[in-house]
Design a protein around this ligand. Structure first.
Ligand code: CAP
Ligand code: MG
Length: 429
């Protein structure tokens, strides 16, 4: 069929899901960017997205009158941006996988669309209230660590894989003594033969206790519990038993139900979310989903701190986008912009934004200038790669934070602090 004929046929179609001008109430709203496949008009492509993600299928089938209000409603089309409202009764409350299987499910593979990107999602009160959200939130993390009015400093033990538990613990200890608040495992460290979970946990928590005693500061170990779900819970319980206050999970590879089960185990531990693998579906600007959608689900389910990128380090992502991500997870209410939907979090605690990936002390002023103080600045290579080793690397990173908070340029500050000087000489030149 020619394009013209197809378009004519489309005009004759009775759109079931097209409700332009509808005002959403208790609906989940999705903002999609749709690129229709050849032969499809925007309306027709949007109709396909709406039906497949709610109550319809590829052909007409007898429907019952009582269910028709459950159909999705396409209520706005502006260029390629399409807003669809889904009545909240369409979903099981408190079930994140269920929501995603509808609004981010089969639709990405439909022939009716050439590309489809979920730009943002917003949840109504009844859905928000059916999730727990973060246990600590930013305030709770600040209380736990007694750190106020400055960004947190974190590190990732490096080399990322291969260290024995005792060397891992020593690296953590040196990082804490140098001034780190958080030390975390890397995303791909779990319980390999060279570094078993149990041995690493007990040795590193013991190092944490010593570091707390020697510095008089509170310190946190974010141990990676990522594994099959029941094993993950067992590991988290062990953390609790041994006096740990935080755990870390790879939110994408463990999956939304793994994350939800971990949160709902209610172990009263802070949960750090690493997003390894997110770029497989967030990086393509035309297809997949924006990181902000993943971040929304993490906050809703209950991640206390989440990687959002840096806008300056080794990984893709511009600072404007990263700032929006920070607002999304840290504010109580978000306003609508062209690519974002308004969201009221109805008391769900905020998630701390974590900047990580290729950072070193020279990046600190940029991060604080753009993202403020409610962030965790995490440096792996940028601490352990310091010419004088981990402890001095952490000292240099804290000096960079102090300088930025006092609005003194790093170059000026480094005249008095050789640790920072050496870091800048290595990475800024
Ligand atoms: C950082 C990191 C994190 C990345 C992931 C790494 O180390 O541990 O996994 O931050 O990216 O292995 O790269 P470096 P993102 O400081 O040595 O780069 O935070 O964007 O999800
Ligand atoms: Mg890593």
């Amino acid at each position: 069929m020619t394009k013209k004929k197809q378009e004519k046929r489309d005009i004759e179609i009775e759109y079931t899901y097209l409700k332009l001008g509808y005002k959403p109430k208790e609906d989940i709203i999705c903002l999609f960017r749709i690129e229709p496949a050849s032969g499809y008009t925007m309306k027709k492509a949007a109709e396909n997205v709406a039906l497949e993600s709610s109550i319809g299928t590829w052909t007409t089938i007898p429907e019952k009158k009582y269910m028709m209000h459950l159909g999705a409603k396409i209520f706005s089309i502006k260029g390629n941006l399409v807003k669809i409202a889904y009545p909240s009764e369409l979903f099981e409350k408190g079930n994140a996988p269920n929501i995603l299987s509808s609004v981010a499910g089969n639709i990405f593979g439909m022939k009716a669309v050439k590309n489809l990107r979920l730009e943002d999602i917003s949840f109504p009160k009844s859905i928000v209230k059916s999730f727990q959200g973060p246990f600590l939130g930013i305030e709770g993390i600040r209380k736990t660590l007694d750190v106020w009015n400055r960004p947190f400093l974190g590190t990732i033990v490096k080399p990322k894989l291969g260290l024995k538990p005792e060397d891992h613990a020593k690296s953590a200890y040196d990082s804490w003594l140098g001034g780190c608040d958080f030390v975390k495992d890397d995303e791909n460290l779990s319980s390999q033969d060279f570094n078993k979970f149990e041995a690493r946990l007990s040795k590193t928590l013991e190092a944490r206790d010593r570091a707390e005693e020697e510095t008089g500061e509170k310190k946190a170990y974010l141990v990676n519990v990522s594994a099959e779900t029941e094993e993950m819970i067992r590991r988290a319980e062990l953390v609790k038993k041994q006096g740990g206050k935080f755990i870390m999970i790879d939110v994408v590879t463990c999956g939304f139900s793994g994350l939800q089960t971990l949160r709902e185990a209610n172990l009263k531990l802070g949960i750090h979310g690493h997003r390894a693998m997110h770029a497989a579906f967030t990086r393509n600007k035309k297809h997949g989903m924006r990181m902000i959608v993943l971040a929304d689900f993490c906050r809703l389910i209950g991640v206390d701190s989440l990687h959002i990128g840096t806008g300056i380090g080794k990984l893709e992502g511009d600072i404007k986008e990263i700032h929006e991500l920070e607002e999304e997870i840290e504010y109580n209410k978000n306003r609508e912009t062209q690519l974002r939907l308004a969201q009221d979090w109805y008391g769900i605690k905020p998630t701390l934004a974590v900047c990580s990936g290729g950072l070193h002390p020279g990046h600190v002023p940029f991060l604080i200038r753009h993202l403020g103080r409610d962030i965790s600045i995490q440096m792996g290579g940028g601490i352990h790669g310091h010419p004088d080793g981990t402890r001095v690397g952490a000292i240099a990173a804290r000096q960079a934070i102090d300088a930025a908070l006092q609005h003194i340029s790093l170059e000026k500050y480094a005249e008095r602090y050789p640790e920072l000087r050496d870091a800048l000489d290595l990475w800024e030149k």
